[in-house]
Design a protein around this ligand. Structure first.
Ligand code: TQI
Ligand code: CA
Ligand code: ZN
Length: 480
């Protein structure tokens, strides 16, 4: 916001060196030609935006109006002196060819892992839908940059998001909103504090009736990251809100070029693992291991979005429990950095995150957001230094706690408090009597825990803390 004002100020400084056409001065034929060439190259001549030459030889029409709107000039449709001054100073931070634009001096965030907070909610939408729209809007930008966006609470976030109407804050130079219609939202550039404000007098929705929050948030976050408006009509940063199907809102190559001019492309981080998108119609590999072999043991097992994944060495099998249909993949297909041999894995369905453990490292992969800073060391979870690897893990959705097995001990980890529960570790043999340690793999299905040890699989009733049955490990595959 402030930056836009700054740009006008800079333009003033520049253009004062140029002859300024005063309000009363007659516009010359030369000026008209100049303006026409300028408008034709910046605001391509379409049916809707044809330049009409009026009788008094002035340029009028939509091309000029668009240009005036773009530069926040008075929209007169006439080639007045201020408009002409902007046309005559095309090098004032304004590209000659149609493309993205950053704010003057290109302010940008100097760190990659940014935080945001949602300070309040609009009553127009369910809170979950607001959270989701905001998260998806950030994801558009994090997908094409090295940036990450993590939601935190409180007032210390880099980018604070809020809804308000009219005079909506006491931040200096925060322009007030204008009631229904008109201004929808605004955001402060990285130089000005990175706020994103949404006009509460608009009707915010998750579809096209009313104003689509995801669409406007995506545009505002572009500003909050340092992008000014683009003059490419299809770009998200083009300053006109076209109600498009929100499922079709995505970045234009111009938006990508713009944001990457500030932050560069995503880091080819060999260490970062991404949430696996399991193919739906790509044929899986031939099964190269006899999955019914009674001597086969698993490295780890986890659920993933309703399916089950079994890991062994460099391979993984995917099974849909409804279909008893097994597909085999190389682990490296999804995670080139891993090369298999993983120790443990679990899915936190509440955080929509998959965790993978290998040696002292572990990775978190979000279905929607890429959690920053992984891999991390398992000791950051609070395990003692003597623990060199995790054997098995499983998430207990009912208690929002994760069980970790290592050697002959196990821990409970509180996912809400993000710490190991007091009183742990405990001996596996004490609480899961009958199971032989170590536990190879563990997962949760339909309210039961399944712990794998050697060729056995123990079904454990989490509620009554007792074993229901011991099944062969191959039970899931319908082996004879
Ligand atoms: N709000 C303006 C905007 O974000 C605020 C603004 C005007 C601005 N001029 C600026 C911000 C120059 C930075 C630089 O663009 S708005 C749209 C769009 C608005 C407009 O309410 O007019 C969207 C908000 F692009 F569709 F026109 C969101 Cl998506
Ligand atoms: Ca408004
Ligand atoms: Zn904008």
């Amino acid at each position: 916001m402030k930056c836009f004002l700054l740009m006008i100020a800079l333009c003033g400084a520049f253009s004062s060196a140029l002859p300024i056409v005063s309000k009363t001065e007659q516009v010359t034929e030369e000026d008209i030609q100049l303006a026409k060439t300028y408008l034709d190259s910046h605001y391509p001549d379409s049916e809707a935006n044809r330049v009409i030459r009026s009788t008094d030889n002035n340029i009028v029409g939509n091309q000029l109006r668009q240009m005036q709107e773009f530069f926040q000039l008075e929209v007169t449709g006439n080639l007045d002196s201020r408009t002409l001054a902007v046309i005559k100073a095309p090098r004032c931070g304004i590209p000659d060819i149609g493309e993205y634009k950053t704010f003057p001096l290109s302010p940008k965030w100097s760190k990659k892992n940014l935080t945001y907070s949602i300070q309040n909610y609009t009553p127009d939408m369910a809170q979950d839908d607001v959270d989701e729209a905001i998260e998806r809007a950030w994801k558009l930008w994090s997908d094409v940059t090295p940036l990450t966006f993590t939601r935190i609470s409180g007032d210390s976030a880099d980018i604070q998001i809020s809804f308000g109407s009219r005079e909506h804050s006491n931040i200096p130079l925060d322009p007030s909103f204008d009631g229904p219609g008109g201004k929808l939202a605004h955001a402060f550039s990285p130089a000005d504090g990175g706020y994103a404000h949404f006009d509460e007098d608009e009707n915010w929705t998750k579809h096209t009736i009313g104003i689509n929050l995801f669409h406007v948030a995506a545009h505002e976050f572009g500003h909050a990251l340092g992008l000014d408006h683009s003059n490419i009509q299809e770009a998200l940063m083009f300053p006109i809100y076209n109600a498009v199907d929100p499922t079709k809102v995505r970045l234009h190559q111009d938006d990508i070029n713009g944001i990457q001019s500030l932050y560069g492309p995503p880091e080819e981080d060999d260490n970062q693992l991404t949430f696996p998108i399991l193919p739906t119609n790509i044929p899986a590999e031939e099964c190269s291991i006899d999955i019914c072999d009674p001597n086969l043991t698993f490295d780890s097992v986890t659920t993933l979005q309703g399916e089950m994944l079994f890991f062994k060495d460099s391979l993984m099998w995917r099974m849909n429990p409804e279909k008893i249909d097994i597909e085999q993949y190389h682990i490296s297909t999804f995670w080139p950095a891993l090369e298999g041999g993983i120790d443990a894995a679990y899915e936190d369905e509440d955080k929509k995150t998959l965790y993978i453990f290998k040696g002292q490292k572990y990775w978190a992969m979000g279905a929607n957001v890429i959690p920053p800073g992984f891999p991390r060391n398992i000791h950051t979870l609070g395990f003692p230094k003597r623990i060199k690897k995790i054997d098995a893990t499983v998430y207990d959705r009912r208690r929002k706690r994760t069980l970790f097995f290592s050697g002959d001990q196990y821990w409970r980890y509180d996912e809400t408090k993000r710490s190991v529960v007091n009183g742990y570790p405990r001996k596996i043999a004490t609480d899961f009597s009958g199971i032989s340690s170590p536990v190879d793999a563990a997962f949760h299905h339909n309210g039961h825990f399944y712990l794998f040890s050697g060729s056995n699989q123990y079904e454990f009733d989490g509620k009554h803390k007792r074993f229901n049955s011991i099944k062969k490990r191959t039970f899931w595959f319908g082996c004879k």
